[in-house]
Design a binder for this molecule. Structure first.
Ligand code: HEM
Length: 533
């Protein structure tokens, strides 16, 4: 395959080695990207560091094709894998090729078989505990402005610990659990908009051989020490739980009909595999850590090592909830309609079930619309192991004027998957693609489509959880959790986005995070005005 230099794209705004990465990463997700998409279509070329060409792809057929081959024909860049390894160990986020298949074969059934009826009460309980904390902040005042992202993150960590392996982090109540503490020390790190130096430091590492990255890992760095501390504490807890669970399973002590957690299911699946395809204890521990961590980024020094799309779980769910809350805080009428659905629940929210959640069609539509506008995993990137040809659903015009409907691509060429762009493609979502219209999911129309017909996305044609061989295994989990939180929050509080506050910018952290315009240095924040119903 030939290089992609004939694909059209924007000229870099700043002269120098950063190329278009300055515009892409500094201004927030979508700020330049959406203009580029408008001008060049769903596939275009940008300049990375040192003048390197990168392809940005939002075309649905192309994305479906790439993710079908993810893990085998399309691979994660090494730097991304290395960070996954330092933080989480050799789990599924790190695995590639046959290893990835082996991990996924054992993990996937656990995600399908986990009983939703045991999951929803945990989400409900966690959401109520969080609402309790909001009420304490409100005190006797009729209304108050509160920062919501910190408690959301603690809540999602607590929920994944309990559903995943019956482990109580109690981080909402802030106890002294060493693992929760280690996480929290990471989580307080702020996520501003990256400076030129930081963009350079993060991405320049990608040009180094893995052996050098591995030796950098040994350097004394404050941020890296924090990461390793979480890894150490996580490993201790994980190994302890894996061993207890294995002993219980081999004694036959885990009741199949009882509320099995992920770990029960994974350990059982593993014991029933042939020896050679079983996961080792080390690998099991890594899966658990994958279940608990999520992305992490930091404004300081070497972790600058943390790559822009090293991501995991709690942060993705917590930030997704934050963005949905942000949208509805600007739409009181939407909150009212959700409350009408809550009021009509037969058993009330105390006994919320998966079935109830599925029947709340309006609330679901609101959640989907919030997710569509704000996909927190906005731009993962991969490269083909061999020369390949990417098919397109709509032809593009090359610089020399040819119309092409497939793009030959050389092995090793990095492609950025534009989830943020895909979720707003006018071909799929209509002219209102950039606007918040929950109704599109209930009564789609030409100008306000619901994505049906697109071949991409495991959930409702959204790009958020991608698709294919490396799609998010936790999407059902995440959807139930996000919706349960919405239901509990809105049955307790009215939310308003204060008119005098700055706009929310979507910072290009590991996982996209809200920051306030002009106050980026304060890091991840979403301030909402709350009052009791
Ligand atoms: C809103 C929340 C979430 C979002 C947006 C999200 C998104 C994603 C995306 C985009 C990927 C694929 C990344 C890539 O290939 O580059 C992924 C993978 C994965 N996710 Fe999620 N995720 C979320 C929550 C969760 C939760 C709660 C869990 C577990 C309980 C989970 C478990 C996984 C696993 C195990 C993988 C690896 C799959 C593989 O490599 O085969 N995710 N997620």
């Amino acid at each position: 395959a030939t290089p992609i230099s004939s694909i059209d794209g924007p000229v870099a705004q700043v002269v120098g080695i950063l190329g278009n990465f300055w515009e892409y990463y500094h201004f927030g997700v979508g700020v330049h990207e959406f203009k580029w998409q408008e001008k060049y279509g769903a596939v275009y070329r940008i300049k990375a560091l040192f003048g390197e060409d990168r392809l940005i792809v939002a075309d649905p057929k192309a994305l479906q094709y790439i993710y079908q081959g993810a893990g085998t024909k399309w691979l994660k860049p090494e730097l991304r894998r290395e960070f996954g390894r330092i933080f989480l160990g050799r789990g599924i986020a790190w695995a590639q090729g046959d290893d990835h298949k082996r991990h996924r074969k054992i993990l996937a059934p656990a995600f399908t078989n986990i009983r939703t009826h045991s999951m929803i009460p945990v989400f409900s309980d966690t959401a109520e505990r969080m609402c309790q904390r909001w009420q304490e902040e409100l005190g006797t005042a009729p209304l108050r402005r509160i920062e919501v992202t910190d408690l959301l993150l603690r809540a999602t960590l607590d929920a994944v610990g309990e559903v995943g392996f019956h482990y109580k982090f109690n981080s909402l109540e802030n106890n002294d659990n060493p693992l929760a503490k280690a996480y929290q020390s990471l989580l307080v790190n702020s996520f501003g908009l990256p400076s030129k130096g930081k963009i350079f430091a993060q991405h320049a590492l990608g040009y180094l051989p893995v052996s050098i990255i591995q030796s950098l890992e040994k350097l004394p760095s404050r941020s890296l020490a924090g990461l390793k501390n979480v890894a150490r504490e996580g490993h201790t807890v994980a190994m302890q739980l894996v061993n207890e669970k294995k002993a219980a399973v081999s004694r036959g002590g885990v009741d199949v009909n009882d509320d099995e957690d992920f770990l029960d299911l994974i350990v059982k699946a593993n014991l029933s595999e042939h020896r050679e395809s079983q996961l080792s204890e080390e690998e099991l521990s890594a899966q658990m850590r994958h279940l608990t961590v999520l992305a992490y980024d930091d404004n300081s020094s070497l972790i600058d090592l943390t790559y822009t799309d090293l991501f995991l779980l709690d942060e993705t769910t917590a930030n997704s909830i934050a963005f949905v809350l942000y949208e509805i805080s600007k739409h009181p009428e939407v909150q009212e309609k959700i409350r009408q659905e809550i009021v009509s629940l037969k058993m009330g929210i105390k006994k919320l079930s998966a079935n109830d959640l599925e029947l709340m069609t309006y609330t679901r539509a609101v959640m989907k619309e919030g997710l569509r506008l704000h996909p927190v995993v906005y731009g993962p990137f991969l490269y083909p192991a061999e020369d390949d040809v990417i098919p397109l659903s709509r032809p593009i015009r090359t610089i020399d004027g040819r119309m092409i409907s497939e793009i030959p691509i050389a092995k090793g060429q990095i492609v950025h998957v534009s989830v943020s762009g895909y979720n707003r493609l006018k071909d799929i979502w209509g002219e209102t693609a950039h606007e918040f219209h929950p109704e599109r999911w209930l009564q789609p129309s030409e100008g306000c489509k619901d994505g049906s017909g697109s071949p991409f996305g495991v959930y409702s044609n959204l790009g958020n959880f991608v698709g294919g061989a490396q799609s998010c295994l936790g999407w059902r989990f995440a959807i139930y959790e996000i919706q349960t939180f919405l239901v509990h929050i809105l049955s307790n509080f009215k939310l308003t986005y204060p008119g005098d506050l700055p706009r929310v910018i979507r910072a290009t952290s590991g996982v996209m995070a809200p920051v306030l315009e002009g106050e980026e240095e304060k890091g991840k924040r979403l301030v909402l005005q709350i009052s009791l119903i």
